[in-house]
Ligand binder design. Structure first.
Ligand code: GLU
Length: 334
């Protein structure tokens, strides 16, 4: 079976990150505001200040985090931010991301399915956990590999290889102002490039819209090493270094607020033509005016039937897909 994990990003909340030269915290807070439409229950930001990880977190709306940042400003030009939709552990400051352990800070969207086994293994090795989240196994694992002598990137790579589940994550490391590691499995993640060498990360291009137009979408299973002023080093699920196209997005910052609409749903209804256009552009090469479909690991003509698995709006999209596949390709779809 081949699974196409497209869609379903709502409810996965938000990740943002920057390796920059301007103060990171205000920029990350603004970027998180552009992901507010996804819904969340708490939020947090971590930056590197003089090589040390510092963080501010708050339950509730971003306004609460903004107040916390006013009371206790956060310096630094490299950082990560998160809006959380709790799946493991109540929404609280203690469970809010970023989670920090042994000199690594992590933000994570999604679920680590094997967190209980990993936690048991780490606890047996003497690790002390501070939160009820599934996420905390990630910094703890990275810290364990670091302590065993691995450099930050190999420690992160080894930790990510042990995770099961659907997730997107970003991490920064003490004493490494110029480094961020990100990974995507089942949950989208985009890398953006600024004019002065800044590198950005966001759950979608909307989060990055006012910061840059040059966006690179990570693909399923990608692991990427980001450094200032350089293209990301991206590795696919097999560990092979790969190139992902850098595209220009036409999303503008104005698209992100509620605009003149009364609520986000009304806005979404009116945005459909633009969004469908942007989606199709993923498969359209403007240079050659050709449709470029993803490389499929099988012969599409040999597929006997399709199954679409989805809920909510994606389930309706699946029904429309069934209609077209059955009608045009004469392929049965469940
Ligand atoms: N599973 C993680 C938690 O509960 C992340 C949830 C999210 O996607 O925001 O903390």
């Amino acid at each position: 079976m081949v699974v196409f994990p497209y869609g379903g990003e709502r409810g996965m909340c938000g990740i943002v990150g920057v390796i920059g030269s301007a103060p990171a915290a205000p920029l990350l807070l603004e970027a998180l505001r552009r992901l507010e439409y996804r819904g969340y229950d708490s939020a947090g930001i971590a930056t590197l200040v003089g090589g040390r990880i510092e963080r501010r977190r708050a339950p509730g709306k971003l306004a609460a985090l903004a107040r916390e940042l006013e009371r206790n400003p956060l310096g630094g030009t490299t950082g990560i931010g998160h809006t959380r939709w709790a799946t493991h552990g109540e929404p609280s400051e203690r469970n809010a991301h970023p989670h920090v352990s042994g000199g690594v800070a992590v933000v994570h969207n999604g679920i680590i399915e094997n967190h209980l086994e990993l936690r048991a293994e780490l606890v047996a090795a003497g690790h002390v956990f501070e939160t009820d989240t599934d996420t905390e196994v990630i910094p703890q694992l990275v810290a364990a590999y670091r302590r065993a002598g691995a450099d930050p990137v190999s420690a992160a790579r080894r930790a990510v290889a042990r995770l099961q589940g659907a997730f997107a994550l970003a991490m920064i490391f003490e004493d490494h102002e110029d480094l961020m590691v990100v990974a995507r499995r089942g949950s989208p993640l985009a890398v953006g490039y600024g004019e002065a060498g800044e590198v950005y990360v966001g759950s979608d291009a909307l989060a990055l819209a006012p910061l840059t137009e040059r966006i690179q979408y990570l693909e399923e299973g990608d692991f990427a090493v980001l450094r200032r002023g350089r293209p990301a080093a991206i590795f696919d699920a097999t560990g092979r270094e790969v190139q992902r196209p850098v595209v220009r997005t036409e999303l503008s910052g104005a698209l992100v607020g509620k605009g003149n609409y009364r609520h986000f749903m009304q806005k979404e209804i009116h945005e459909q033509p633009v969004v469908v256009g942007d989606t199709l552009r993923t498969f359209f090469d403007p240079a050659t005016h050709r449709i470029v479909l993803p490389d499929l690991p099988f012969d599409p003509l040999a597929v006997p039937r399709l199954a679409a698995v989805a809920c909510g709006t994606a389930a309706y999209a699946g029904l429309v897909g069934r209609y077209w596949f059955e009608r045009l390709a004469r392929l049965p779809v469940d």
